[in-house]
Design a binder for this molecule. Sequence first.
Ligand SMILES: Cc1cc2nc3c(=O)[nH]c(=O)nc-3n(C[C@H](O)[C@H](O)[C@H](O)COP(=O)(O)OP(=O)(O)OC[C@H]3O[C@@H](n4cnc5c(N)ncnc54)[C@H](O)[C@@H]3O)c2cc1C
Length: 474
Amino acid sequence: MIADTVVADQAPASTRNWAGTHLIADPARLARPRTLEELRTLVRSRSGPIRILGARLSCPDLLDARPVLAVDLTGLSGVTAWSPARVTAWAGTTLATLNAALGRRGQRVDASPPVIATQTIAGAIATGTHGQGLRQSTIGDAVTALWVMDGAGDIRKVTEDDPDIGGYSMHLGALGVVVKVELRTVPNQTYVCERTCVDADDLVSAFTMAAADSEFAKAWWFPADRVAHIWRLRPATAAEARLHLGGPGTATPLGARDSSINYVVDGLVRKLSTDTRTAAGGRPQFLTVERFRDFHDSVGDAHGILCKGIPVPQINCEIGIPLASMDAAHAELSRWYEEHAPRMHYPFILRATGPSRAWMSPAYDEPTLHYGTVVYLPERGPCAQDAMDALDDVQSILARHDGVPHLGKYFNPQVFGLVARPSVQRFTALRDRLSTRHWLPSDYLDSILIHSPAEGGHGGQPDQVRGRRGGGAH
Ligand SMILES: Cc1cc2nc3c(=O)[nH]c(=O)nc-3n(C[C@H](O)[C@H](O)[C@H](O)COP(=O)(O)OP(=O)(O)OC[C@H]3O[C@@H](n4cnc5c(N)ncnc54)[C@H](O)[C@@H]3O)c2cc1C
């Protein structure tokens, strides 16, 4: 049995995704339980299927609960237990709440922070949310136990030695209602983040070295300007740590400012302003680019340095390829960029992670390089079609390098043909064995897991896939 006490706020549930761009729930069929008992009663007395919602940051297709009862789990929030290297929290606790509680105890979750922390723990695990660093993988890989409610309202504890932990570590909301999670924690160290710029021709070697040598490393590749910006984090010396003036979750600037890529920032701001039909200024999408202006090193904890995303309505797409394929994939992406000069709003974001045990993760079983791209949405009207075409091209190219998409983000299922992957088949078999499809149905998941052989072979040519699917903004 687990204790039936939760820290619940009274906020009403929303019928829209986080950005407000998509209706994902019918207002007449939306519940927000505030205790475990309320949730159990709801599951036991339901007259049909349900869909669980966390912070609603994922691709709207994954979340769309309009045909069924939407159950918002953000009311089940709060830390419930501590031990020296473990923390237990309700599934609807946001990463920000968890991080703050851990930070006060000098701890953090044993996984790299993603770029934002408004996700719920269960939602982040569900979609394989990850940060960067070869010595760790997804947040789900830090799970030591989950408590999962079945369709009869009964709860089962799944531990890390369970043979199905690879399924639960990235559960896609398809294996039951996750009500509580126990995660491994580590001491919250202070790091120095060294920031540099390299010529695009040197990106592969510079990034590979940074990823191998540092606890956390990431890069932004600006193909139009043929430069890349690299962050690498190393533990701070005692003297450097004393220069950190803030507490947990903050970072302090260090050293001189570098203006060498300010011209790149100017160019991107102009392009973004035209494409999103928005005057340049303090709007969030411009701030995401302005961060590269006058860059400098910093000292702080992992969250303070890495969790710096600025949530802006966007189409967010990320494909993981085996890290060993980076050289070939990068060469092909570079050629494609030179030939097509595609419209892109943002640099490619490169993050490498270690192998994941999660069957559905792009990083399953091997070190993986995640290529991220973003198309920002205009204030009014549809997304520029050529920006969407560029997104489709990138997916096709990376699919040819054994790419697998981040399933919480936008992607074109027909490019990847996930059905053929043995690890996906294993997940589908577990879903069938648990018989969850009748009470947690998802046509979207079925279309990816059961009905999506790749069209035109594994990863078609760019022109073969263009325009096949509209933009599901999230
Ligand atoms: C601006 C932005 C930045 C992002 N940055 C990153 C990043 O750095 N790294 C990264 O990997 N991803 C990133 N993402 C993706 C994000 O982490 C995922 O979409 C994550 O799932 C969001 O968690 P959530 O609480 O919003 O879950 P939701 O989007 O609400 O739900 C996701 C899935 O989990 C299921 N679910 C939720 N709670 C439960 C539960 N208790 N039990 C069972 N199923 C449940 C839902 O049914 C759904 O299938 C980003 C997204 C945005 C919009």
